[in-house]
Design a binder for this molecule. Sequence first.
Ligand code: FES
Length: 104
Amino acid sequence: MTRPDHVGPGLGFTFDGRRIHHRPGQTVGAALVEHDILAWRTTRHDGRPRGLFCGIGVCFDCLVTVDGIPNQRACVVLADEVEEITTQSGSGHDRLALRDPADD
Ligand code: FES
């Protein structure tokens, strides 16, 4: 696999503190895969790793936290527009998380 060594300075974001370089117009998911990072989320119930699946914004397997906002699809978010990516566990604990009726 070819590494994106030719990209210019400043084209990059951090992933859990690690600097990731990307190509102009590349998605976050594509940049992570190019750096051999294949999983950046764990499932809600079993904690299983997830990354790209459909790659076109349909399956929501690739959810990640972008600049502090959880539940963003890495396969459609442009890397040019973000500074910090962090892994996400389960629902991401944001306002979009479903309430458990048992809690009422
Ligand atoms: S990989 Fe399916 S929505 Fe991103």
